[in-house]
Design a protein around this ligand. Structure first.
Ligand code: SF4
Length: 407
């Protein structure tokens, strides 16, 4: 059989998305975490969206007053959603806090709100756009707030891989699953091709769903969540392969692809792959009674070295409900870990990584941007609106609806 390969491989140099390259720019010491006027923060050499100069100099009190006044005037027309990984100075304005999935559900249930301001990253605002009513407008305060993991699965590369897999293995032989942390177009690809979206809470359920419909899964874009989930379900490492989009056929022979059960896209989270078994060992040496809980976007080695793993919501619930005096080393985004520590003063809670590295794109939602988008609404101008074309929206919606069936 002659294969008409689309995955480019040779001649194309591997590249890192800009969101990944910029990630370390925000690693800082704990006392440098509190927000400064935007003028000082934009000295960090990454992409920042330009906004009117007057917002750059406003200090925390002035911003607080402006945001408060604007919210009063806009009333129930506006709902502000805040992801758990947002910094303190932003999350305090959120009407609802949650992970990406919970917030999208909130977006869909806020029928009264004309404007949904999503303090999170681009794929979350897109998902809210897909799930909320057509008349509602979704706004992302800083358009440069992307996600390195979502950016590791560009549409063209995934479509090429999909064509190659169908050419080699035949139509309907692979069921695509995409993690919520992916673009609307990748969700739509799953919707169009009998696939599904998953969250870190229901990934195992979606694997079961997929294996009822086919013998092989393509998991996008986070190889670690895919691998950890498959291992939990008793699938052998030998039955998993990683698809490298920079190599022909993802770097595999046709035979190896035919034998595989789970094809993992070569993507990862810049935040969660910082956590290591070594850090866990150090935490256990310092605190012999420590419990270690990590997110399943961490590497397999880190997840296996931890006592437990779970989604952001699971981590929050576990620690909030733990007995007083318990000790927790946590492998997830530092803004959430610090909030958990603040809200649970009777427990010892700290981030596994001794270097403070917030999610660099979430961190770019500075209160000045929130103030700017609110003031713009008062001036009847919608800035940074997130749009998804009708066809993408329809197919992505199908994949999200399937996810709801297995939640
Ligand atoms: S924490 Fe990781 S997956 Fe989540 S938005 Fe940041 S880079 Fe993306």
């Amino acid at each position: 059989m002659t294969l008409n390969l689309k995955s480019p491989g040779a001649g194309r140099k591997p590249f890192l998305p800009i969101t990944e390259i910029e990630h370390a720019a925000f690693c800082k010491s704990e006392d440098e975490l509190p927000a400064k006027p935007l003028l000082d923060e934009i000295k960090v050499n990454v992409r920042w969206q330009k906004i009117p100069l007057k917002y750059l100099r406003l200090d925390a009190e002035e911003l607080d007053q402006r945001i408060h006044d604007a919210r009063q005037k806009l009333g129930t027309k506006v709902v502000v959603l805040g992801h758990h990984y947002q910094r303190e100075e932003v999350i305090k304005y959120a009407d609802f806090q949650g992970d990406s999935y919970l917030l999208s559900q909130q977006a869909a249930s806020q029928a009264e709100a004309e404007y949904i301001i999503f303090c999170g990253v681009h794929f979350m605002a897109e998902t809210a756009r897909i799930l909320c009513a057509p008349h509602q407008r979704v706004i992302l305060p800083n358009i440069t707030a992307g996600c390195s993991m979502a950016d590791m699965a560009p549409t063209g590369d995934v479509l090429d891989a999909w064509d190659d897999l169908e050419d080699l293995l035949g139509p309907n032989s692979v069921v695509p699953i995409t993690y919520m942390n992916s673009t609307a177009e990748i969700k739509a690809l799953c919707g169009r091709n009998g696939g599904i979206v998953c969250t870190s809470s229901n990934a195992a359920g979606t694997f079961e769903w997929a294996f009822q419909r086919g013998s092989r899964v393509l998991f996008l874009p986070d190889q670690h969540l895919g691998r950890n989930t498959a291992l939990n379900m008793g699938i052998d490492l030998d039955e998993m392969i990683v698809w490298n989009p920079f190599k022909p056929l993802g770097g595999h022979t046709p035979e190896r692809l035919r034998e595989s059960k789970v094809i993992l896209w070569q993507g990862h989270c810049s935040v969660h792959t910082r956590f290591t078994p070594r850090q866990i060992e150090t935490a256990r040496q310092r605190y012999p009674d420590i419990k270690v809980i990590v997110h399943p976007e961490c590497t397999m080695e880190t997840v296996q070295a931890a006592d437990m793993n779970g989604s952001t919501e699971v981590i929050r619930k576990t620690i909030n409900e733990a007995p007083a005096g318990s000790q927790w080393a946590v492998g997830t985004e530092v803004s959430l870990v610090n909030r958990l520590a603040k809200n649970n003063p009777d427990k010892v809670i700290f981030c596994l990584d001794p270097i403070v590295c917030p999610c660099s794109t979430m961190y770019r939602i500075h209160p000045a941007y929130l103030s700017w988008v609110l003031d713009s609404l008062l001036d009847r101008e919608i800035v940074n609106e997130i749009r998804v074309d009708d066809e993408t929206r329809r197919h992505a919606h199908t994949a999200l609806e399937r996810m709801l069936e297995v939640s």
